[in-house]
Design a protein around this ligand. Structure first.
Ligand code: SF4
Ligand code: SF4
Length: 479
């Protein structure tokens, strides 16, 4: 390299492997609880048997793509209900914004799939390879029998979990017991094998190999979190005034071991043990301030509280706190500031959208209908001078059983409606039929009946009848 010419910098930082230490505490326990619940739901739900109203044995939650319907316990969702899906997505997004405004990236630290699976993979790694010092030693040692066995076993278990994650995912799309048998016999659909292969690979790579890099480089949420933060947002933070004091951090020895004496001499409460850094799955030092890599998992809080307990200093040197509170000369006890326009706005939007969704689900009729006038041609003048309009009635039965519907009209002279043999029509469970109706009026009658009503009545639930107003069209001057 010539003098005066700077050595070019690498475009990508070399990854420094993160080997986190395990920790016990309130946040760790909460994370175990969330993991247990999330895994029980994800892995258990496809195996929950459910008998539908038509008596068929099935599973509680199933996305029947071929049949164009989703089963969620006794609720059957059809493509016509796409509005529900849109609302659900809006609710999920608003909930994320709401939670982030209040408590930062709590979703990332406790509920995100990436965090849940990475936590599980790290737990397996620790189970097979031992605690952090043992894992570091194993990485450094030569490829001997122990290393091959332990690393091989770790990757094998990761792959098995990744495979079962893929299998569980496809089990949501067909009757699980049958699908698994067909899959293992090599008789499942090509898409099932492709999906399992993709999910096995992506789970293994994301949770086993890339881990925190997914959060830092792949997921956009960590990058735009700052837009949703404000000075009142709670986030995992190090109290630098308390931790650093005026004399800085120091190990608790000699005269600065006791808390009161330490404070008197101006030393901070941080004993610079590095435990908070060792437990961090993102590999960062929270004492450097809020960073985009921090997923707000709270493990450094548990670590620091453990240290504070062991040296007899007050807990909470690292805690959930707001920027505004930490900036006070003497920070108050942290609490959730929800009385903010943004937060209240999110809350209102959540209430309104959840209410609309619940109302829509609870009041959905168990059949759908539409009546359309056939426009090609709009009307026909028959050889005897009568005028005929035709209509198409579309009926969809959303129930688990077959239903008979009666179609009548109101506001027309007797004999004007002609439905052929379809005055009463049977619609099979989750099926649709189209009924053609024709209405004939004499030239004298036409002016008296510009519009009339179709009445559709399910025979077993007469109170659920619907009325649909339509026009009768005839333009005399066009003749
Ligand atoms: S800094 Fe603390 S809260 Fe943030 S990722 Fe690391 S351990 Fe979790
Ligand atoms: S765990 Fe607490 S005392 Fe130890 S280095 Fe981190 S902040 Fe300082």
């Amino acid at each position: 390299m010539q003098p005066g010419i700077e050595e070019p910098q690498a475009l990508y930082q070399k990854r420094i492997p993160i080997i986190p230490r395990s920790v016990k505490g309130r946040f760790r326990n909460f994370k175990w609880g969330v993991m247990l619940l999330a895994y029980s739901i994800f892995f258990g739900l496809p195996w929950l048997p459910w008998t539908r109203t038509d008596g068929s044995a099935s599973q509680a939650v199933m996305f029947d793509v071929v049949g164009h319907r989703f089963y969620v316990f006794d609720l059957v969702v059809y493509p016509q209900n796409i509005f529900w899906l849109a609302l659900l997505l809006f609710i999920a997004a608003t909930l994320l914004f709401f939670a982030t405004s209040l408590i930062g990236r709590a979703f990332c630290g406790y509920f995100c799939f990436q965090t849940l699976w990475t936590d599980l993979f790290m737990w397996i790694e620790k189970l097979i390879q031992g605690e952090r010092p043992a894992r570091i030693r194993l990485r450094r040692q030569a490829w001997d029998k122990e290393k091959i066995l332990k690393l091989g076993a770790t990757h094998l278990v990761w792959l098995l979990i990744a495979f079962w994650t893929g299998m569980t995912f496809i089990a949501y799309f067909a009757y699980a017991p049958d699908l698994i048998v067909r899959f293992l016999e090599g008789k499942a659909a090509y898409a099932a094998y492709l999906t399992v292969a993709l999910l096995t690979a992506s789970t293994y790579v994301a949770a086993g190999l890339m881990r925190e890099q997914i959060c830092a480089y792949v997921c956009p949420y960590g990058r735009f979190q700052s837009v949703m933060y404000d000075p009142e947002t709670l986030a995992v933070a190090y109290d630098s005034k308390r931790g650093d004091g005026v004399m800085g951090r120091a190990a608790p020895r000699g005269e600065i071991k006791i808390h009161a004496a330490r404070q008197e001499k101006g030393y901070g409460d941080c004993i610079d043990c590095g435990f908070c850094v060792q437990v961090c799955p993102a590999g960062i030092d929270i004492r450097d301030g809020l960073q985009y890599r921090c997923i707000s998992c709270g493990l450094c809080i548990d670590a620091c509280n453990t240290i504070m307990d062991s040296v007899g200093y007050p807990r909470g040197l690292i805690r959930y706190d707001s920027e505004a509170n930490l900036a006070q000369p003497v920070p108050a006890k942290p609490h959730v500031h929800w009385k903010r326009i943004k937060v209240v706005g999110y809350l209102l939007a959540l209430v309104v959208m959840s209410g609309a969704l619940t109302y829509s689900v609870l009041t959905r009729k168990d059949y759908e209908h539409s009546v359309e006038q056939i426009r090609q041609p709009l009307y026909v003048v028959l050889s005897n001078g009568d005028i005929r309009n035709r209509y198409q009635i579309h009926l969809t039965n959303l129930r688990g059983t077959d239903v008979q519907y009666r179609i009548t009209v109101k506001g027309l002279p007797a004999g004007a409606l002609d439905l052929g043999e379809m005055q009463t029509v049977t619609v099979h469970s989750s099926s649709s039929v189209i009924v053609q109706a024709s209405v004939k009026l004499t030239p004298d009658q036409v002016g008296h009946y510009p519009s009339f009503d179709f009445v559709i009545t399910p025979l077993d639930k007469p109170n659920d009848s619907v009325i649909e107003r339509v026009n009768f069209t005839y333009r005399k001057n066009e003749q």
